[in-house]
Design a protein. Structure first.
Length: 327
C-alpha cells in the first residue's frame, strides 16, 4: 500500500512539473516561433574592424572581400605573411577601407597575444572576430599520419579558438560591441571516413561557440556581443581538397560550393545576428536527415557517395599507408 501511495505522489509531482513547464515554456515557444517567421533587421557594420584568421585564401579570403564590400576595415591574420599581404593589397585597391595583414600562427598562444597588440596599435580594437583558420586532413584516418600532426590539427582547428577569443573578447566587452564567429562544418554532423580528427575539431567548434554564448549571456553581455557558428559543406578551396572530392565522390550526390557564395551567406548571417549560419539550407537539411538514419541505411548512402569503380582500390591504397598497422 505504501508503495502505491509513493508512486501516486510521484505521479502528482510529475504532473505539477509538466504543468509548470507548460505555463513557463509555452509563451516563450510562441514568441520564438513568431520571431522565426518575421524578417530580421540587418545591422550596419560599416566602419567596424573585422579580424579574419586564415584570411588570405579560400573561405577566409572570400569573407575578407565581402566584409570590405560592406565597409568594414580588415585585419588578416595569416601564418604566411606574404599571402596575407597580397590579399590585403587586392582589397585595398578594390575598396576604400583600411586593411593590413599580420603574421600569426593561431595555434600558439604567444603569437595570438602579439597579434592582439599589433592589430590594436595599427588599426584599433576588433569588432568582428572570424575564427576561420583551419586544416582539413582528408588523407589521414586515425591509423595514418604522425602524432605531432594530429596535435597540430587540434591546435589550429580548435585550441586556437580559445586563444583568439580570450585575446579579443575583453575589448569587445569594454566597447559594448562585438560579434564572434566560428567556422565549423557539416562534418560535425555527417563525418566521413579519414576525417576523424577534422570532424572532432568541427564538433568542438560548434560546442565552443555554444558554450561561449551561454557565458556571455550569463555575465550580462548578450545584448551587445553576438555569436555565430557557420556550417560549411565541401567548398572549392585548396586544389588537393578539390581533387580528392572529384576523384573519390559521386558528383551527382556531392557538389562543391564556391567560397564567394559561402561568404555572402556568412556576412548576411552576421548582419542579421543569426546564431547558426548554413552555407546551404538544402545541404543542412540533407546532413541532418542522414545523421538520424540507422547505421545500415547510412552504409548504403556512403557506399553510393563514393564512386563504386574507385572505392575498393582507394581503400586498399589507404590501408597500405596506415602507419599503426605497418609498424
Amino acid at each position: 500500500m505504501a508503495h502505491r501511495i509513493a508512486v501516486f505522489l510521484d505521479f502528482i509531482e510529475s504532473v505539477k512539473v509538466i504543468l509548470l513547464l507548460s505555463v513557463v515554456l509555452l509563451p516563450n515557444l510562441i514568441i520564438s516561433a513568431i520571431k522565426l517567421l518575421l524578417p530580421k533587421k540587418r545591422k550596419n557594420i560599416s566602419g567596424q574592424l573585422a579580424l579574419i584568421t586564415g584570411g588570405s585564401e579560400g573561405i577566409g579570403r572570400a569573407i575578407s572581400f565581402r566584409l570590405a564590400q560592406e565597409g568594414c576595415n580588415i585585419a588578416i591574420a595569416n601564418r604566411n605573411l606574404e599571402k596575407g599581404q597580397k590579399t590585403a593589397e587586392e582589397i585595398r585597391k578594390k575598396f576604400n577601407v583600411k586593411v593590413q595583414a599580420f603574421q600569426c600562427d593561431v595555434s600558439k598562444c604567444e603569437d595570438v597575444k602579439r597579434l592582439k597588440d599589433e592589430v590594436k596599435k595599427s588599426l584599433g580594437t576588433v569588432d568582428l572576430l572570424i575564427n576561420n583558420a583551419g586544416l582539413m586532413p582528408m588523407e589521414h584516418s586515425l591509423l595514418e599520419g604522425d602524432d605531432e600532426y594530429y596535435q597540430y590539427v587540434m591546435d589550429v582547428n580548435l585550441t586556437s579558438y580559445i586563444w583568439i577569443t580570450r585575446a579579443f573578447l575583453p575589448d569587445m566587452i569594454n566597447n559594448k560591441r562585438g560579434h564572434i564567429v566560428g567556422v565549423s562544418s557539416q562534418a560535425y554532423q555527417l563525418p566521413l571516413h579519414s576525417m576523424t580528427t577534422y570532424a572532432t575539431t568541427k564538433f568542438g567548434n560548434k560546442g565552443f561557440i555554444d558554450a561561449l554564448r551561454e557565458d556571455i549571456h550569463c555575465y550580462g553581455f548578450g545584448d551587445f556581443i553576438k555569436t555565430s557558428t557557420v556550417f560549411t559543406g565541401f567548398v572549392k578551396t585548396k586544389d588537393e581538397m578539390v581533387d580528392a572530392v572529384t576523384n573519390n565522390f559521386n558528383n551527382f550526390l556531392l557538389s562543391l560550393c564556391e567560397p564567394e557564395k559561402v561568404a555572402d551567406t556568412v556576412v548576411d548571417g552576421i548582419m542579421k545576428d543569426d546564431e547558426n549560419i548554413y552555407a546551404s539550407i538544402i545541404e543542412a537539411f540533407f546532413a541532418a536527415l542522414v545523421y538520424f538514419f540507422p547505421r545500415n541505411v547510412k552504409n548504403i548512402f556512403f557506399h553510393n557517395l563514393f564512386k563504386s569503380d574507385k572505392r575498393d582500390e582507394y581503400v586498399k591504397m589507404r590501408l597500405k599507408s596506415c602507419k599503426l598497422l605497418n609498424c
